[in-house]
Ligand binder design. Sequence first.
Ligand code: WQD
Length: 316
Amino acid sequence: MKKILVVGGAGYIGSHVVKAILEAGFAVKVFDNLSTGQEINLFKEAEFVKGDILDKNAISSAMQGVDGVVHLAAKKAVGESMQNPDLYAENNIEGTINILVAMNKAGVKNIVFSSSSSVYGNPNYLPIDESHPIQPVSFYGYTKAKIDELLEWYDRLKGIKYASLRYFNAVGYDETGTIKGREKDVQNLLPIAIQVLDGERECLQVFGNDYDTEDGTCVRDYVHVSDLASAHVLAMKRMMDGGDSQVFNLGTGKGTSVNEIIESVNRVFNVGLSIKYAGRRDGDPAKLYASSKKAKEMLGWEPKFTDIDDIVKTSR
Ligand code: WQD
């Protein structure tokens, strides 16, 4: 049985990826420092090593006996990355270098990397495909773009194959309820709306309703975390079957506005969320949505969740 090392496998997306990889019949070893990942997200079927990617010895020894790596261990708050770039340079860029060096030493040849749509910055055109220029507007996005370049070099120089998966807006939780952990210190629209729903926050601030969109609020591509997870399995299998290195955008291709998200939460949970229209947030493009044609064609990936209400139902 092939064994996959899932770095960051106790986190929000990582735990869903572990579930999908186990279901696909692989053995899994999770490596996580539990900084944002949670013990409750660990699967008893998977081996667990508590460790930090900044600890070169720890990541090197975890690499022994594995056939592939899925790397999702990163800091991911856009605002924080602008305030504290050191944290992002170290955790994201240096941490990934340590993983690549450890892979190279151990002779591990396949990596699926958790990249981000934020590498594209303000879109020149829509939908955003993989040929769109890389022009990040946040330091967070810059770290992901730099890592994509590192992956390219390690393929060229050392034959390490990669699949870089550029997620659009990851949302929802496993619909079977197997994954119990809920993201802490949430920063994104839908989990914030759920906090308002649950009385943990007074109201939802809508950052701008004067954008050049149909209802004036920003449009994003919300993709279910379980659909993201299935793409990791497909990408890993493709490389193990001899496929070359590729970059894939992962989104549904459908744009949903902030107001539409609020309406969906109200409909699904039969509430009337308390909202307040606030000013625009710095750095928010009006519209972002993906073309995932390449993932569909080359990976046979098809998101199961396409209806926003179905996604919202799994978000609590
Ligand atoms: C969505 C929309 C906000 C909160 C970020 C990263 C991106 C990727 C996904 C990791 C925007 C609006 C939000 C609130 C609001 N992450 N909003 N009130 O910014 O599209 O993407 O997460 O790779 O890189 O940038 O997601 O959920 O923060 O915002 O009105 O309280 O909701 O302005 O239009 P975003 P988000």
